[in-house]
Design a binder for this molecule. Structure first.
Ligand code: HEM
Ligand code: NAG
Ligand code: NAG
Ligand code: NAG
Ligand code: NAG
Ligand code: NAG
Ligand code: NAG
Ligand code: NAG
Length: 383
């Protein structure tokens, strides 16, 4: 049993707001500071408990399959205030106590949980977690919410413009999800039964009743075509370009029992799929994958229906490739654009603890792909 489960601070740790922001505004300790004015960032950062982000946990020492739906990790229903979001993997880990059940966690807790519960490969776990934390988490308190309310961002939005955690649109959460609608249509990080019915229909049609690589390729194509045809703001540039294909692999890579050793031909049946996607629940007697696992089959899925990264430009059916976006032929550009453009535009001129923690989190983020031949960049200098 992990210590943090007992020592984790209680549900909503609200920090009293500063008078001139708004007398009624309560800013949660996991709220992202991105997009706030420099003065607001400065004052909120000063009022939040500053945490020195620890280095990420390393790979599992014992990395084989094992029972993970065990007696010390029972599924429990949501309590009032518990947060869940767009990721069925993290939702499930929270509902079984591998993550704090309230849905607020540090990057280290998330990396530990995805490795322990799903045997996610260590580099991928780091890259995805710090990527999400950099854009959606609170870099002063070192906390990230796995969901949370989406607030429209923009110049006119009242502060805090973004407190969304992983639900925040465009930076990490994105369009054309398998079981969630596009942000353009409203709340759309929640499980959508109509979309899940399509997931089932495709699994029946292309996978003999189960979700495998063949189904993944067909459904990914279908969801992209649906977004092109219905969402005038559809955006399929990096990083969403990568996360969409990666997430299409996760159901057969991670949600299939670990006693099935060939993950290339693994297939997720619809009873178990429903448990993960809808109920945030491990099946009875669920064992994690047999070895540290990443986005197995991602290139097969992409290659079945190749598409360039791009977006609709203000109307449906106007999909226009964006040659400045990273794609599978230029992976390092994913890293470089994310750091130099996405993160930098969210935090143009950070000071003090915020700057220090940006530098540390960027270092941990790069650590996920160190050895991949990409050059590390330091938009905020080094410490
Ligand atoms: C390592 C930390 C992780 C983070 C930060 C993360 C975050 C996210 C986010 C933000 C989304 C929503 C993207 C979107 O559809 O707009 C997502 C989707 C998804 N995640 Fe995760 N995730 C993580 C690990 C995992 C793991 C370990 C699994 C599987 C065990 C998983 C399974 C999925 C699946 C299947 C989807 C797609 C849902 C759909 O398209 O309907 N994730 N994740
Ligand atoms: C899994 O653990 C074994 C034994 O310690 C080790 O040899 C192997 O490299 C590990 N696999 C990964 C992908 O880390
Ligand atoms: C679910 O998705 C479908 C198809 O995109 C959409 O028509 C419907 O409004 C969504 N339902 C809910 C409850 O969000
Ligand atoms: C997926 O399942 C279908 C139906 O059983 C099968 O024809 C196809 O080869 C499977 N795909 C993979 C990659 O195993
Ligand atoms: C898994 O199955 C695929 C397709 O049948 C096969 O090509 C591959 O060699 C198998 N992998 C292992 C490790 O058995
Ligand atoms: C569902 O998951 C359990 C646990 O991993 C597994 O034993 C079972 O074979 C899976 N499929 C079905 C149809 O129950
Ligand atoms: C990152 O941005 C800086 C400043 O805009 C620029 O000088 C640098 O060349 C960029 N780095 C990369 C690798 O694109
Ligand atoms: C496509 C989709 O899922 N649309 C839904 C998004 O969320 C709003 C609010 O819950 C719904 O009204 C839409 O139908």
């Amino acid at each position: 049993m992990m210590l943090w489960r007992n020592s984790f601070p209680s549900l909503f740790v609200f920090i009293p707001a500063l008078a001139h922001l708004s007398s009624t505004l309560a800013f949660p300790s996991y709220g992202s500071l991105a997009g706030l004015s420099q003065r607001e960032v400065h004052e909120l950062a000063a009022s939040l408990p500053a945490v020195l982000p620890p280095p990420p946990p390393g790979p599992l020492t014992s990395n084989g399959t094992k029972l993970v739906n065990d007696r010390s990790h029972p599924w429990k229903p949501l309590r009032k205030g518990d947060i869940r979001g767009p990721c069925p993997g993290l939702n499930t880990l929270a509902s079984h106590g591998y993550l704090p059940r309230d849905g607020v966690a540090s990057p280290s807790q998330i990396i530990t949980a995805v490795q322990e519960g799903f045997n996610m490969e260590s580099g991928l776990a780091r890259f995805v977690t710090y990527g999400a934390h950099l854009v959606d988490g609170n870099l002063v308190t070192d906390l990230l919410s796995i969901g949370g309310k989406t607030k429209k961002t923009g110049k006119d939005a009242p502060p805090p413009a973004i407190i969304g955690g992983l639900n925040t649109h465009r930076v990490f959460e994105g369009d054309s999800s398998m079981t969630r609608g596009d942000d353009f249509f409203g709340d759309n990080h929640s499980f959508n039964q109509t979309l899940f019915d399509q997931f089932v229909e495709y699994s029946n049609r292309f996978g003999g009743g189960s979700y495998n690589i063949t189904v993944a390729a067909e459904l990914r194509h279908r969801r992209i075509q649906e977004s092109i045809a219905t969402n005038p703001e559809f955006d399929f540039t990096s990083p969403r370009f990568f996360t969409a294909f990666a997430e299409s692999t996760f159901p057969y890579a991670f949600f299939v029992d670990g006693r099935i050793s060939n993950r290339t031909t693994a297939a997720l049946d619809m009873t178990n799929a429903t448990l993960f996607f809808r109920d945030s629940k491990f099946p009875r007697d669920f064992w994690r994958p047999p070895a540290p696992t990443g986005a197995i089959g991602i290139i097969e899925i992409f290659s079945a229906y190749p598409i360039a990264p791009g977006r609709n430009v203000g109307a449906v059916n106007t999909y226009t490739p964006d040659p400045t976006s990273a794609d599978f032929g230029n992976f390092c550009l994913l890293y470089t654009n994310f750091v130099n453009n996405t993160v930098k535009s969210l935090y143009p001129d950070p000071k003090g603890v915020l700057r220090r923690n940006l530098i540390l989190n960027l270092r941990y983020f790069y650590g996920g792909i160190a050895g991949g031949g990409c050059e590390e960049i330091f938009p905020y200098g080094q410490i």
